[in-house]
Design a protein around this ligand. Structure first.
Ligand code: URA
Length: 199
């Protein structure tokens, strides 16, 4: 079976998932945007109202900041795969419960096996906690690479947090710069060129 066929099958499985009660209130199951095969996986917490309505992750205000970061570091759709810890919107944008995250992890693990990213960017404390199983605060761990099974994991702030506290903006940019550099070191991307015309 081609990767596209396997991917389509996986998406269908997600769309029909009713494993937790988030299925009751969702409008859409939010699976991903970006490349199906991508060296970088970007993980958020869970869909908000805009994502639920449109069926794609990070398409609201946080998504606008994320897109600005991606384009600033010349990251293209084929380079990244964006998804969330849970694929359905928690009502009122509450944090997903441990049980919801655990149910959805089964789909996320399948997703990882299909996408096979080498670099992970975990955005926000919830993504960090549920992805790694660690309870350490995001402020302590952000910006520090975790190396595991030949993969590289970078925890960082969630864009929504940075929008609420713009003093944290430069740290989010720094972490994106580290991710870009790592993708270059691993030969997934050429060195970032700054066009003299832009200076
Ligand atoms: N916040 C998230 O964590 N994920 C989204 O998809 C949108 C906002």
């Amino acid at each position: 079976m081609t990767i596209q066929a396997r991917w389509n099958q996986f998406v269908d499985k997600c769309l029909s998932c009713r494993a937790c009660e988030l299925a009751e209130s969702r409008q859409n199951v939010v699976v991903w945007r970006g490349g199906i095969k991508a060296p970088l996986m970007i993980l958020g917490e869970g869909p908000g109202a805009d994502e639920d309505r449109l069926g794609k992750p990070f398409v609201g205000r946080s998504g606008q900041l994320l897109d600005l970061l991606l384009s600033s570091f010349d990251l293209k759709e084929k380079d990244y795969h964006i998804c969330n810890i849970v694929k359905c919107r928690p009502p009122g944008n509450r944090v997903p419960t441990r049980e919801e995250a655990a149910e959805c992890r089964k789909l996320l693990s399948e997703q990882l096996r299909l996408v096979r990213p080498t670099v992970y960017l975990l955005m926000g404390g919830t993504a960090y906690k549920y992805f790694t199983g660690s309870d350490e605060g995001i402020t302590r761990v952000r910006g520090l690479w975790i190396e595991t099974n030949n993969c590289f994991v970078m925890p960082t702030f969630h864009p929504a947090y940075v929008l609420r506290d713009p003093r944290k903006k430069s740290l989010l940019w720094q972490d994106f710069a580290s991710v870009r550099k790592k993708l270059e070191e691993l030969s997934f991307l050429p060195p970032l060129r700054i066009d003299a015309g832009e200076i």
